[in-house]
Design a protein around this ligand. Structure first.
Ligand code: SF4
Ligand code: FES
Length: 251
């Protein structure tokens, strides 16, 4: 066991003990494996380490071939969504101490997207759905200054502006697992962000796109998406608001 001492309190230094955590990681190397396999790693961690820190330690100190995506390490870029103990989470926002440290920590790639290597999936089907809903402001007017919007109008879609496109929601959706053609929660969240933006003029087009057999009506309101979202977006609520807008015929 190693320790760390908080040096800003020399009279009564606080000692933070480390402990050995076991991570059981679902590995897959397409060059050598026919099927994914589970591999155990023991790693010395602080309780306040994140799962991403443990993965880094394994990669840097034990097995450099361990493959995963990460960039910002601070919950912003959305690149390190993975299944941790059976739940979709961002590895960089999941503290070891918040998991059951008496048991091994299971880590695997998110489901429903083609597995490429270890914890990496092919995100292209996910981004294809995102592109289809036209995730950009469409407005014909060309004002000389900014496009005015009231606080109330901005609040209407505030929640869905927070999406970081991590795919935790879409890849936790049982409908998406069984039918990869379904647009999925993240695409609908990003459609919502523009459908209810008072400055945008093409809500009707996006509502038509999502009023499809692979659109919002595939949602079975299981709430997996809302539970998975690391940004706390009320994903299921956003989907139900898009459904209601389709029935009304306008945002
Ligand atoms: S809605 Fe939440 S879970 Fe889904 S992609 Fe956006 S940030 Fe990730
Ligand atoms: S590494 Fe960027 S969100 Fe986790």
């Amino acid at each position: 066991m190693s320790t760390a001492v908080l040096e800003n309190n020399p009279s009564a230094p606080e000692v933070i003990p480390t402990f050995t955590a076991t991570l059981i990681i679902r590995r897959f190397d397409p060059d050598v494996d026919d099927e994914p396999r589970w591999q155990d790693f023991d790693v010395e961690v602080y309780p306040t380490d994140r799962v991403l820190d443990a993965l880094h330690k394994i990669k840097w100190e034990q097995d450099g071939s361990l493959t995963f995506r990460r960039s910002c390490a601070h919950g912003i870029c959305g690149s390190d969504a993975m299944r941790i103990n059976g739940k979709n989470r961002l590895a960089c926002k999941t503290l070891i101490k918040d998991l059951d440290t008496t048991k091994p920590i299971y880590v695997e790639a998110i489901k429903g997207l083609p597995l490429e290597k270890d914890l990496i999936v092919d995100m292209e089907p996910f981004f294809e759905s995102y592109r289809q809903i036209q995730p950009f402001l469409i407005a014909s007017s060309n004002p000389e200054k900014e496009r005015i919007q009231s606080v109330t109008q901005r609040e209407r879609f505030d929640d869905t502006t927070k999406c970081i496109l991590c795919a935790a929601c879409t890849s936790s959706c049982p409908v998406f697992w069984t039918d990869g053609q379904y647009f999925g929660p993240a695409a609908i969240v990003n459609a919502h962000r523009f459908i209810f933006d008072s400055r945008d003029e093409d809500a009707k087009v996006r509502l038509d796109i999502l009023n499809d057999k692979e659109g919002v009506w595939r949602c079975r309101t299981t709430f997996n998406c809302s539970e998975a979202c690391p940004r706390g977006i009320e994903v299921t609520k956003a989907i139900s608001e898009v459904k209601a807008a389709i029935l009304r015929g306008k945002a």
